[in-house]
Design a binder for this molecule. Structure first.
Ligand SMILES: Cc1ncc(COP(=O)(O)O)c(C=O)c1O
Length: 402
């Protein structure tokens, strides 16, 4: 059944405060069920996980591990052992940078893209500097999409890791991650996909992509903040050293030595975000009920509705990112002659929340030749009516500035 956004909206109490929330690429709002489940948990069952032998500890461990299984199933992973809980996508990428990247040798190469979020750029820049590696950067096409020809040119036998986004948080373009992975594997490189912008917006199957690592965050897909995950191929994770050390990640400790726990716990030092993981599982149940294909199709409809109207406004600069297909509901733009921060403050007076800034993608901004942009990003609770109101607000704001 197609998505009924007016009905969906009712599940999100925060939207009753009269806002139009178009900052979903930054973080998403939470359905009521999350707050209800959290209150229930704190009232009925809470303990640390994997430690106590009493009933309530076992209940909590079971709920926590069930959430891991839900996340594994959501990505069509082979096993829940391949899901490592982290704080967010950033930490998941850093885990790979520290545990895998630091084992690379002088002269080895890492290949990333100019459009990456800082989370998938700065860790590689750091590792490259520390280890004497070469960081190669894929350029974009004329309309700022992933440049596959440039990728092929820069990929070679020395490339040990390719790290690219599934979807750009600036353009919303979906990158050809399956083709990227196939090419990278041909030269023996591993592939990390930054899925922060994809996994809550379309069906994702890590086996179909064929990649080796996939990083993502709960808060960008209706879940709580402070919880994210790294999916990694079991045979690769098994041979990686832990990222952080402490409780939970060990098997045996003596005064002289330590051995590591099994997957996935060897990468989860200390008490994890127990409630975060369990509520993330609830968010996944909610998304699955609506259906990821429905969400993807609906977002594309919203994007098309907005873009067709925005293209007609001569004072809107879409910076050549005009494609209606092959992207999710993210639009970066500027109002000519109006600073993005001023425009965002004025949109706020209409109750419209959009992002203004560099979107944690300064190399991409430099590539676009702008200091910053506005960004409207849609999700399942947004409506065409909201977009029409947004278009009217843009026209009025522009009028005030000329
Ligand atoms: C493409 C992309 N990668 C990584 C991140 C980082 O996500 P988090 O802040 O949840 O770690 C973001 C967040 O905006 C993003 O859009």
């Amino acid at each position: 059944m197609p998505l009924n956004s007016e009905k969906v909206k009712k599940d999100f109490p925060i939207l009753k405060r009269g806002i139009i929330y178009f900052d979903n690429a930054a973080t998403t709002q939470k359905p009521r069920v999350l707050a209800e489940r959290l209150a229930e948990r704190y009232a009925k069952s809470h303990a640390n996980v994997h430690r106590g032998a009493y009933k309530m500890a076992e209940e909590t461990t079971e709920a926590f591990e069930n959430a891991r299984q839900k996340i594994a199933d959501f990505l069509s992973a082979e096993s829940s052992k391949e899901i490592i809980f982290t704080r967010n996508a950033t930490e998941a990428i850093n885990l790979v940078a520290y545990s895998f990247g630091r084992k690379l040798k002088r002269g080895d190469r890492i290949l990333t893209c100019v459009s990456e979020h800082h989370s998938n750029f700065v860790p590689w820049l750091r590792v490259a500097k520390e280890r004497g590696l070469k960081l190669d950067v894929v350029e974009l096409t004329a309309n700022h999409n992933f440049n596959f020809a440039d990728f092929r040119k820069k990929l070679n036998k020395k490339t040990k890791l390719v790290a690219v986004a599934h979807i750009s948080n600036v353009s919303g373009y979906i990158y050809p991650v399956e083709r990227i992975t196939r090419e990278a594997h041909r030269v023996g490189a591993l592939v990390l996909i930054d899925g922060a912008q994809s996994v809550g917006h379309m069906p994702v199957n890590v086996k179909k992509i064929g990649c080796d690592f996939f990083a993502f965050s709960g808060h960008k897909m209706l879940g709580p903040s402070g919880i994210g995950a790294l999916w990694g191929r079991e045979e690769i994770l098994k041979n990686m050293e832990p990222f952080m050390s402490g409780g939970e990640m060990i098997r045996e400790v003596t005064l002289k030595n330590v051995t590591w726990n099994d997957l996935p716990w060897r990468f989860e030092a200390g008490t994890p975000n127990i409630e975060g993981a369990i509520l993330w599982g609830e968010a996944i149940d909610y998304l699955k009920k609506i259906g990821m294909k429905n969400i993807e199709a609906y977002e594309r409809e919203l994007l098309k509705h907005a873009l067709l109207k925005m293209k007609k406004l001569p004072f809107i600069d879409l910076m050549k990112m005009l494609d209606l297909g092959g992207r999710t509901g993210i639009i970066s733009f500027n109002i000519k002659g109006v600073h993005p921060h001023d425009a965002s403050t004025m949109l706020d007076q209409y109750g419209i929340c959009v992002r203004a800034g560099t979107h944690c993608a300064q190399p991409f901004m430099n590539h676009l030749g702008v200091p910053s942009t506005l960004r409207a990003s849609f999700y399942l609770y947004n409506t065409k009516r909201e977009i029409d109101y947004f278009i009217r607000a843009l026209k009025e704001i522009h009028k005030k500035f000329i």
